[in-house]
Design a protein around this ligand. Structure first.
Ligand code: PMP
Length: 305
């Protein structure tokens, strides 16, 4: 399979997509990105990209937080992505990574009046957490970056050093993933996933003001839980110890998909394995992303004609 990337305005062989060490975004973390999944349906011989318009809407919003000045609309980025995937000819699940970045080769941290570029590439991607059916999670000793430090609702590359500290500490301590608290001590999210818990049949997730990334999977699951499972969903501050006594908990995101949490800080959540609501939502999610739910066909975009 020949690999391509969209780079400096054109789809080119991936080997030609290279940046200089002098690039502003490389020096200062002044990039922003997205992460999308393409799901292959063997039955229909079709590749479906999940919520591509919503992903590019958030991508452009992240860019505008960094004063990006781009010549691309959402429709342009969708068209470029579909063309890239067709060129590569994916016939299996894949992951798509658009990155915007401050491309000037200058010294100095300012964000404004710089040249912005977008690159898009795709790659194979299986599970982000191996134990998707029952992850071992801890609370991080780090805090989630605050919106007044680096905008949390922007997917800004520099902010992912914070995610890196959280993830590595967790994994090196023998956990699959970590939950991270806000400065005020409420649950924010995972290192690169949103968080949900179930208490007495109610689905609860931290609100957008808890420095979470406004996840597209999060939004999709809230909708599916309300519309298809008839659940009450509440967005509110969550205390650490509420998680310990939750009936169920899970992480969600494009990468992690829907990953049940088995334990938090070695304490079993519910029965210490995937709970029934998580199981149900997870099944539904996987059908939706593969284009198997007609009602949600508008959430997936077919790559091939
Ligand atoms: N939070 C963070 C910090 C993330 O990096 C991600 C992954 N993009 C998510 C949440 C989940 O967002 P989404 O469902 O849009 O992939």
């Amino acid at each position: 399979m020949t690999r391509y990337a969209f780079f400096e305005g054109e789809i080119r062989p991936i080997e030609e997509a290279r940046i200089s060490v002098r690039t502003h975004a490389f020096n200062y973390g002044t990039g922003w990105f997205g992460g999308l999944r393409g799901y292959w349906s063997e039955e229909r011989e079709q590749l479906y990209v999940f919520r591509i318009y919503d992903h590019y809407k958030r991508f452009l919003q992240s860019g505008s937080l960094l004063y990006a000045n781009l010549p691309y609309s959402i429709d342009d980025l969708v068209a470029i992505t579909l063309e890239l995937l067709r060129r590569e000819g994916w016939r299996q699940d894949c992951y798509i990574r658009p990155v915007g970045y401050k491309a000037d080769e200058i010294i100095g941290v300012r964000l404004h009046n710089l040249r912005d570029e977008v690159t898009i590439f795709s790659t194979e991607f299986g599970r982000y957490i191996q134990a998707e059916e029952g992850a071992k999670v801890c609370f991080s000793s780090w805090r989630r970056i605050d919106d007044n430090m680096i905008p949390a609702r922007g997917k800004i590359t520099g902010a992912y050093a914070n995610s890196g500290f959280i993830k590595s500490e967790a994994v090196r301590n023998g956990f699959d993933e970590a939950l991270v608290l806000t400065q005020e001590g409420h649950v924010s999210e995972g290192s690169a996933e949103n968080f949900f818990m179930v208490r007495d049949g109610v689905l609860i997730t931290p609100p957008v003001h808890s420095n979470v990334l406004e996840g597209i999977t999060r939004r999709s699951l809230i909708h599916l839980a309300q519309e298809e499972l008839g659940l009450t969903v509440v967005e509110r501050d969550i205390d650490r110890s509420e998680v310990y006594v939750a009936d169920e908990a899970f992480l969600c995101g494009t990468g992690v998909q829907v990953a049940a949490i088995a334990t938090v800080d070695h304490r079993p959540i519910g029965a210490g394995r995937m709970g029934p609501i998580t199981d149900h939502l997870r099944d539904l999610y996987f059908r939706v992303v593969r284009g198997e739910e007609a009602k949600y066909a508008h959430w997936v975009t077919a790559v091939y004609e």
